[in-house]
Design a binder for this molecule. Sequence first.
Ligand code: HAM
Length: 414
Amino acid sequence: MINIPKGTKDMLPADSHKWHAVEAVARSVARRYNVKQIRTPVFESAELYLRSIGDETDIVNKEMYIFEDKRGRRLALRPEGTAGVVRSFVENNLGETLPLKVYYIESLYRYEQPQAGRYREHHQFGAEFFGSPLPSFDIEIISMAHDFLREIGFDGDGLTLELNTIGCPTCRAEYNKALRKFLADNTDKLCDDCKRRAATNPLRALDCKVKSCREVYKSAPSIRDHLCDDCKAHHKAVTDGLDAAGISYTETPDLVRGLDYYTRTVFEFVRGGLTLLGGGRYDGLCESLGGKPTPCVGFGCGLERLIDGAEKNGIAFERPAPDVYVAAQCDGARGECARIVRELRGGGLAAETDIMGKSLKAQFKYADRQGYKYVITLGESELESGVYTAKRMADGATYEIRKTDVLGDVRRII
Ligand code: HAM
C-alpha cells in the first residue's frame, strides 16, 4: 500500500459538506464586498517568493518546496497566495481601474513539522485589495475577515483580533538600528540563525521559534517606539475606524508576522493559541515585483484550522439531505424508477434509484443511511395504476404522486 505524504490530509466524502459550507460563506462574503475571484498557478518561479516573502523568512528559507523542471527552471510550489496574485496583477495590468479587490480559495505548500493545525498542504481563503493608502482600506479588509469568521459561527467567544503596526521603510530603518544594537548586545544568547539575521534582516529574528531566543526578545525594543508621525496617524485612524465599526481588537506591539512584505498594519485573528487568519498592508510589494507603486492590503485564513476550530467550538456544519430515493419492489419496475429519477434530476432535485441490484429492504436501508427526505416505492400495482406514493422519512407521512407529473407533484410536497 502506498500512503499519503506526511503532513497532508484527504478531504473525505463524509467531510465534504463542511468544506462546501465554509466555501459558500467565503464566496457569499466576497460577493457582498464586490470581490472577484482570481486563480493563479500552483507553482511559480521560486524567485517570486524569494523577492516577496523574503529570503530570511522561515517560509522561504526552510519550508519551500523547490524543484527544477526539465529545462532547469527553478520553480516552487506556492507557500502562500499573495505573491502569485501580485505577480498576476502586475503582469496582466490589472491596475487600470482601482480599487481592484480579489479573493482566492487555494492549496498551499510548506515543508513544516506536522502538528495540530500545521500541515504540509493546507488551504486558505484569502483576499487582496489593490489601490488605496487610506486607513479605510485596512478597515475594509479587516471588516471582511471579521464578517467571514462571524458568519462561520465564531461569535467573539475566545476569538481575538490582534492588531499592530510595523511602520513604513522610514521608521523601520530607525527601528532596525535599535534592534541591531539590541541583538549585538545579546549575541551570546542567540541561536546561529538569529546571529545571521542580526546582520541581514533583524526584524525576522523576532519570529524565531527557539525558546532561549524567545526569552531574550521579551525585552527587545518595540517598533511602536520608533514610528514616524504618518504611521502613527495611520494607525490611529485604523483603530478609530474599527471602533466605529464595532470590531474589537487587542493592541499587540510584538506582532510582526512572518513575511517580509508587510508595511504598517498587521493583524491576526487568534483562537485557542492558533492563528486562524492573518494579514496586513503591503504597500511596497507591487513595485518590488516590477509594477507601479500600488498600496495594498490582504488576509489569508487557514481553512483546516478554521474547520477544526469551528467544530471544537460546537459549530455544526449542516449536511444537505438528498431529496428523493426511488425504490424498485420488483425488477419490472426498475425501468420506470430510472425514468422518474431522470425527470427529478432534470428538475434540479437530488434523486437516486438502485444500481446495485439490492433487495427492497436493502434499498430502504440505503435511503435511510443517505438521509433521503422522501422514498417513492414502485411495484406492479403502481406500474399498473400510474399513481405512486412518496413517503416522508422524517415522520412516515405519505403523498400521492402521479406518473404524468412526477416532478410537479414532488415539488409541491418538498
Ligand atoms: P500566513 O500567516 O502565513 O499568511 O498564513 C495565513 C493563515 O494560513 C494562517 O493564519 C493559518 O491559519 C494558515 N496556515 C499557514 N500555514 C499553515 C500550515 N502549515 N498548516 C495549516 N494552516 C496554515 C499568509 O499566507 C499571507 N499570504 C496572508 C496575507 C494575504 N497577507 C496579506 N494578504
